[in-house]
Write a protein that binds this ligand. Structure first.
Ligand SMILES: *Cc1c(COP(=O)(O)O)cnc(C)c1O
Length: 414
């Protein structure tokens, strides 16, 4: 931090402020987490300076012996962690991983069947303004009005109707376990490929607390920075038969030089996730999400689909006469960071929303357990009910200082 301060005071100040913000706010954003100091340091290493277009052993640049080592480690560990036949660790992000799969299996104008964005799907699964929505014909399945869960019979009916070349399983705000066998059956019936987008739940799968997609999917894409707790980036898993195709579409199809400092950090991330402690972490995430959902339900909040099987849940504010946008603004004032979110069949716009999304990965990384989840639920309830915000901000600050993120970094940057 001292070197940054000497070179660029403005950027240094923003980083120092962000370190304090991360320390003093409770992050309930389901897609955020804190990576380890080792992963942070690896991202800041000299590997950022190296061009390594190509793959280990087949590079277009001279001097790639060390980048070959880290990429080979990342690939081997990703395969081991997920029991996959092939891994590509070069995608700069989750969207880039998805795009590479589309390029590998689809022609322009082909049909994709994916989860409705308003029911929890992701922009890279066919938003009109996204490249996916511009290149392909997009069809959606969603959740049932009554159960607020995916209806697999309905999914199969839609698949028979639109006959997609690719079916995508995976979402950003779906609180229930995904049944990959059902997705595979739907894909087989219409001779489509199945891609599972594991971005949100990769850590839960790696930790053994969510059904595994690899036995069923042709392609699995993911991020490394959500529940998997690694650097910001993406990766792809596939069967051996698609290895060459995927590698070609990733480079030179979609990207140029891989981010070798990030790939090295992915290797560290996979190593951390292979440790037995990571299973405890993943299990605790789910316990914490369930504890928080239950505590809020007991305080009169409607939880979409009645609870959660994973790391996140959705709170429906319709009966509370408040929008999601309003709720998250109030929560941020007392030090809680959460996202507004559409609920299924929402009557509000995507900008206002009737709900908000809560996730447990980040607070679980801080070491919090069920008793703290109840305290957080109490603060959320009292904040939304309009209680005195001074006392509430204090309670959040006390929780934060009892469960620090990276206190030595904050100290070193003042
Ligand atoms: C987060 C997410 C992504 C994309 O991640 P980026 O790294 O932001 O591109 C893709 N798919 C799903 C389902 C996600 O939740």
């Amino acid at each position: 931090m001292d070197i940054i301060k000497e070179t660029d005071k403005e950027v240094w100040q923003a980083i120092a402020n962000e370190q304090k913000r991360q320390e003093n706010y409770l992050v309930l954003i389901a897609s955020e987490n804190y990576c380890s100091a080792a992963i942070q340091a690896t991202q800041g290493s000299c590997l950022t300076d190296k061009y390594a277009e190509g793959y280990p052993g087949k590079r277009w640049y001279t001097g790639c012996e060390n980048t070959d080592t880290v990429e080979s480690l990342a690939v081997a560990r990703a395969k081991e962690l997920f029991g996959a036949e092939h891994a590509n660790v070069q995608p700069h992000c989750g969207c880039s991983a998805n795009m590479a799969v589309y390029l590998a299996v689809l022609e322009q104008g082909d049909r994709i069947l994916s989860m409705d964005l308003a029911h929890g799907g992701h922009l890279s699964h066919g938003l009109q303004k996204n490249l996916s929505g511009r290149l392909y014909e997009i069809y959606h399945y969603g959740v049932d009005r009554d159960t607020e869960r995916i209806n697999y019979d309905e999914l199969k009916r839609i698949a028979r109707e639109c006959r997609p070349q690719l079916i995508i399983a995976g979402a950003s705000s779906y609180p229930r376990a995904l049944d990959f066998e059902q997705f595979k059956a739907a894909a087989d019936e219409v001779d489509a490929k199945l891609m599972v987008d594991l971005a949100h739940i990769a850590g839960l799968v790696a930790g053994g607390v969510h059904p595994h997609p690899v036995p069923h999917a042709d392609f699995v894409t993911s991020t490394t920075h959500k529940t998997l707790r690694g650097p910001r980036g993406g990766f792809i898993l596939c069967k051996k038969e698609y290895a060459h195709l995927i590698d070609e579409e990733m480079f030179p199809g979609l990207q140029g030089g891989p981010l070798m400092h990030i790939i090295a950090a992915k290797a560290v991330c996979f190593k951390e996730a292979l440790r037995p402690e990571f299973k405890d972490y993943a299990a605790q995430i789910v316990k914490n999400a369930q504890a928080m959902a239950k505590a809020l339900e007991e305080r009169g909040y409607r939880i979409v689909s009645g609870g959660t099987d994973n790391h996140l849940f959705l709170v429906d504010l319709t009966q509370k006469g408040m929008t999601g946008k309003e709720a998250v603004a109030r929560l941020y004032e007392v030090g809680i960071s959460a996202n507004k979110n559409l609920i299924p069949f929402d009557k509000q716009s995507a900008f206002e929303t009737s709900g908000f999304r809560i996730g447990a990965p980040a607070v679980t990384t801080r070491g919090m357990k069920e008793p703290e989840m109840e305290q957080i639920a109490a603060v959320i309830d009292e904040t939304l009910a309009g209680g005195p915000s001074d006392g509430l901000r204090r309670r959040v600050a006390d929780l934060c200082s009892a469960f620090p993120v990276r206190p030595q970094q904050v100290e070193a940057s003042v």
